[in-house]
Design a protein around this ligand. Structure first.
Ligand SMILES: [Fe+2]
Ligand SMILES: [Fe+2]
Length: 221
């Protein structure tokens, strides 16, 4: 049974199956992960007993509490982040950007929110491209082979954390603009695919940022 006073991030670290439950209730387990489950529920207007039951069910359904990332040494963890999450974003962002442009062009007159979605997708892609480059070219090499400049490293990790907050805020705005990624009944396949891809994007980014904020960063700060 999960304790509601445990932090959201610690819960996901101990039981990765809980990530999906928090995400479903729009509880941020990355940048706001230090909040207790009880606080996060009150912030979102979610009933604590119901959420705890869902968390327990998710853990039972998964059948294990192993968290692969937490067990990896830093070089392997960084390699996992880059080869899994960064590689996914490098593929997904151009595809989603093209789709957002197309859906906005075709249906924008009827649905003004598609203009907002289009703009948010472009901003998110620009911010993430710069963020991934910074991590791969500067931060991660410094974490794997620290040169001793601890203050510089702390500064770069703080910048990473701030980037994550900004990315989280953009995802929040996307979720609101898309009404929780809900397409209208008349939506064509491209429209539906765009919203489904955005939901997958959010899912992957939350797992990615969770690993960086709550597994990687505490090893150095
Ligand atoms: Fe990253
Ligand atoms: Fe990051």
């Amino acid at each position: 049974m999960i304790d509601p006073h445990t932090s959201v991030a610690q819960t996901v670290l101990a039981h990765s199956a809980c990530a999906e439950v928090f995400q479903r209730h729009r509880i941020d387990y990355c940048c706001q992960g230090a909040r207790s489950i009880a606080d996060a529920c009150s912030h979102r207007g979610v009933a604590v007993p119901g959420l705890l039951a869902e968390l327990d069910a998710a853990i039972a359904a998964r059948g294990d509490s192993a968290v692969a990332g937490a067990a990896l040494p830093t070089p392997e963890l960084v390699d996992h982040i880059v080869s899994t999450h960064h590689a996914y974003l490098r593929r997904a962002l151009p595809f989603i950007g093209g789709l957002a442009t197309k859906v906005h062009r075709v249906h924008g007159d009827k649905e003004p929110r598609l203009g907002v979605v289009h703009e948010l997708c472009a901003t998110l892609a620009d911010d993430l491209d710069a963020h991934l480059d910074q991590e791969e070219q500067h931060l991660f090499p410094a974490l794997i082979a620290p040169t001793g400049d601890r203050a510089q490293l702390t500064c770069e990790l703080a910048a990473m954390f701030d980037d994550h907050l900004a990315i989280g805020a953009l995802l929040e705005r996307l979720r609101t603009a898309t009404d929780d990624y809900t397409p209208p009944a008349w939506a064509c396949t491209s429209y539906r695919t765009l919203f489904a891809e955005l939901a997958s994007l959010e899912d992957d980014i939350l797992r990615h940022v969770h690993l960086e904020n709550h597994v990687l960063m505490p090893r150095f700060v």
